[in-house]
Design a protein around this ligand. Structure first.
Ligand code: RI2
Length: 325
């Protein structure tokens, strides 16, 4: 059968939205992917179990191929597909939908729990510097604010897509005072910060943190200034493949995010298609564990060097991708 032809339009649309970053943020992507698999299962027209399974695998593959760096995406897909159990199509459908819902519920609960752990690190009057927009990181501030702790924030704009603006807006909704700065001003303002708080798209087995481009430079500067770096990351961000030596692929995004087409001609003058002029736009970078003070998860906080213990416990050594069969 033509597996692609059997894809539900909602799966295709969700995949397009993830690729275009209309749906973004590692946890939000995982939630949307699980929801899309549930929709595929719910609306499948398959009459035979083998066809149903093939459709679900094709849907997972389509979602998987959207963005490469946030491991929450394959972790979510793997979790849902592993729960696809039963002999009849009716049983397979019910188990897949239930498993996706279970995943989404646990994801939300993990973020709340992580927030309570992270909030314990924040004291009354603390100033937190943020980078990009992370719902896991914001959950820590939300829990602190809910507990009556006064927090202020220095929010890095985060070029090229300026997702710091989303962070600033959310913090103001919680009445947290916000100072917005351009990325280049971060080192200057570290003198006023008590914490650097960032999220993660993936955490490697050696404790390296893969997060929005600019995180590693911020962490190095924070170490030099003596400001602790706290990474808020649910265990869905732990990258099981890194236990067996794989590295995390860093997404290279379109150059127009950095330099829109009309501005390109301003730089290259008479030669708007100048092939000797290259713009690169890596979405993420790798912060080595020595610059990270704590990884905060729903299972407690960990020094980065010991995160592999939790990784083994949660994922074992099995990293096969069920949609590749
Ligand atoms: P939460 C984002 O990536 C940022 O790098 C952010 O720190 C990370 O995902 C985690 O986000 P992008 O999708 O899961 O904006 O904490 O490229 O929301």
């Amino acid at each position: 059968m033509d597996e692609q032809g059997a894809l539900d339009p909602d799966v295709v649309e969700t995949a397009e939205q993830i690729a275009a970053m209309d749906i973004r943020g590692a946890a939000t992507i995982a939630d949307a992917a699980a929801g899309a698999l549930a929709t595929q299962a719910d609306r499948s027209d398959a009459e035979r179990p083998a066809v149903f399974r093939a459709q679900l695998r094709a849907a997972a593959k389509t979602l998987y191929e959207t963005r490469p760096t946030a491991v929450s995406l394959p972790n979510a897909l793997r979790y849902v597909l592993r729960g696809m159990e039963g002999i009849t199509v009716t049983e397979l459908r019910a188990s897949t939908v239930a498993r996706a819902e279970e995943f989404q519920t646990e994801l939300a609960q993990a973020q709340e729990q992580l927030g309570r752990v992270g909030a314990n690190r924040l004291r009354d009057g603390d100033v937190v510097m943020t980078h990009c927009h992370s719902t896991d990181a914001l959950s820590c501030i939300e829990a602190a604010v809910d507990a009556g702790t006064d927090i202020e924030a220095i929010v890095k704009e985060t070029r090229p897509r300026k997702q710091g603006h989303i962070t600033a807006r959310q913090l103001r909704e919680w009445d947290v005072p916000v100072t917005l700065i351009v990325d280049n001003a971060a080192r200057r303002y570290l003198d006023e910060a008590d914490h650097v708080l960032v999220g993660a798209d993936s955490i490697a087995a050696d404790g390296s943190v893969i997060n929005k481009i600019g995180t590693s430079g911020l962490a190095v500067n924070a170490r030099e200034r003596g400001v602790p770096v706290m990474v808020a990351a649910q265990t869905i961000k732990l990258h099981p493949d890194t236990m067996t030596g794989h590295t995390v692929e860093i997404e290279m995004r379109d150059e127009t995010e950095v330099l829109p087409v009309p501005e390109r001609a301003d730089v290259t003058g008479e030669q708007p298609n100048d092939e000797g002029f290259v713009v690169e736009n890596p979405g993420f970078d790798v912060t080595p564990p020595r610059y990270v003070d704590a990884i905060v998860t729903e299972r407690g906080q960990f020094p980065p060097e010991s995160i592999v213990i939790l990784m083994r416990e949660l994922f074992g050594e099995t990293t096969a991708e069920p949609w590749e069969r």
